[in-house]
Ligand binder design. Structure first.
Ligand code: SUG
Length: 447
């Protein structure tokens, strides 16, 4: 049977803005309060999706969330009509209003952790939405994410959905951004590599000092249990606390894997040698596994963070060769561009580099890999996916027209106080759920 990896990219929502919400994420803080362009952001994302589809990949779309989140403002004590609530929040708690307006669900690498059917005890694809507890604006995502994923992957014969982990920092879970599956072929049993930032129940273990470690070992273990993974096919690795303190807030800012390739920076992990030996043993045919380590002398951590060299997508093209999907920031940095150029000729499976402009997302710390959620699946499983979320030329055109109709060219901080933005956003999402045949996934549609 044919197996492959499908990418589901987050469609950027109509309220995309730069609010400086993510301490520990350098780009988010550096661009705080700049004016954003939701229309351009959504179109950059759609262009990347189209480009991957044109390369022969299966590409899907993950819908954005309802923002501003007036339900959360109600929970926080704001009363009256939706209009009143937004006006009061703008005056009394502007920082809270900024947070509930975030379009952060676009970074679907943080939507969930997914284990393909070859790895799970019951032979189904398992989904656990990430609770994203570490950042208030992101902690508002998991319920709606769960509903959207269920609307996309509805067939219970193939897909198993779990509730997100308890909403507490002890079980802080950032989803697939900290999860990599290594395998010889997509349909073969793989090794699932879970990367965490700290131990929740043991303060004596290493942890960052300056910036938060968002994801715990205990969250990784819980997801592995829920998904029915066998211990012999799971590896837990800790992120180097020093790189978290330099701005590596997710592992996918410093490492990325695909099939039998793990591409990572020398400083990415704790106990690197010992842990990679465990990975090789569990992978089985160790000679097949390509561990591509980038030395600090080749690319400094700081350059990796600025360019998102590791927030690239490593994909397997239909002809079996691998390509790196990189942000244009990598091309603009001589050292990083030079590194990528020589990498394709080094005899590893990575043979091509393609650059895409996703600057609107990059300015909030989201590169190509942040924008996509991967699902390895068989052709039979693909047929069970809601077909309306899979990108075709027609859907690409429809979504571009939908963006043109509903999205603003610009959003500044002051615009977030405009209650009209909520109406525009709801009108857009209502139409989108019809385009993608998702049913009523948003709170405003559910009463
Ligand atoms: O969680 N930025 C996101 C970026 C997520 C990137 N995802 C991965 N690395 N997989 C975050 O820090 C910034 C929003 C703002 O400041 O307006 C933000 O949420």
């Amino acid at each position: 049977m044919k197996y492959f990896e499908a990418n589901f990219d987050g469609l950027v929502g109509p309220t995309h803005n730069y609010a400086g919400l993510s301490v520990g994420n350098v780009a988010s803080l550096n661009n705080a309060r700049n004016t954003s362009s939701p229309r351009q952001a959504a179109k950059q994302g759609l262009q990347k999706m189209k480009a991957l589809r044109d390369l022969g990949m299966v590409q899907g779309v993950l819908a954005p969330q309802e923002r501003p989140d007036v339900y959360t403002l109600r929970r926080l004590g704001f009363t009256g009509s939706d209009h009143d609530i937004i006006s009061k929040a703008a005056k009394q708690a502007p920082a809270v209003l900024r947070a509930v307006c975030s379009a952060s669900s676009m970074w679907t690498a943080n939507a969930a952790t997914i284990s393909p059917s070859a790895d799970t005890a019951d032979g189904k694809i398992h989904f656990t939405p990430a609770n994203l507890t570490n950042k208030f604006h992101r902690s508002l995502e998991p319920d709606t994410t769960g509903r959207i994923l269920q609307a996309m992957f509805a067939d219970p014969n193939h897909f198993a959905h779990h509730r997100h982990l308890p909403d507490n920092d002890h079980f802080g879970d950032e989803g697939a951004a900290n999860h990599t599956r290594l395998c010889s072929e997509y349909g073969a049993r793989g090794v699932e590599l879970f990367v965490f930032g700290r131990y929740a129940f043991d303060a004596s273990k290493p942890a960052p000092k300056r910036f938060p470690a968002r994801h715990t070992l205990e969250a990784c273990e819980a997801v592995a249990r829920l998904h029915g993974l066998s211990d012999e096919h799971v590896v837990y690795m800790q992120q180097n606390p020093d790189v978290i303190d330099q701005g590596v807030f997710h592992n996918d800012v410093i490492a990325v894997g695909n099939q039998n390739v793990l591409f990572y920076h020398q400083e990415a992990f704790v106990d690197t040698e010992q842990k990679l030996a465990e990975l090789q043993r569990k992978f089985g045919n160790a000679s097949e596994l390509h561990l591509i380590e980038v030395k600090s002398s080749e690319v400094a951590v700081d350059d990796a963070i600025k360019t998102y060299l590791f927030n690239t997508q490593v994909i397997t093209l239909p002809n079996g060769e691998m390509a790196i999907i990189a942000p244009t920031e990598c091309r603009e940095n001589d050292r990083v561009a030079g590194y990528l150029e020589q990498l394709t000729g080094r005899g590893t499976p990575i043979r091509h580099v393609h650059y895409y402009d996703v600057k609107q997302s990059m300015r909030n710390g989201g590169g190509p890999a942040c924008l996509r959620l991967r699902v390895a699946m068989s052709e039979q499983e693909r047929q069970a996916v809601n077909p309306n979320v899979l990108l075709t030329d027609e859907l690409f055109t429809t979504l571009n027209q939908w963006v043109d109709k509903h999205y603003r060219d610009e959003i500044s901080e002051a615009d977030l106080a405009d209650p009209q933005l909520l109406q525009e956003s709801r009108a857009a999402l209502d139409e989108l759920t019809q385009i993608l045949h998702l049913g009523s996934v948003y709170p405003f549609q559910r009463g």
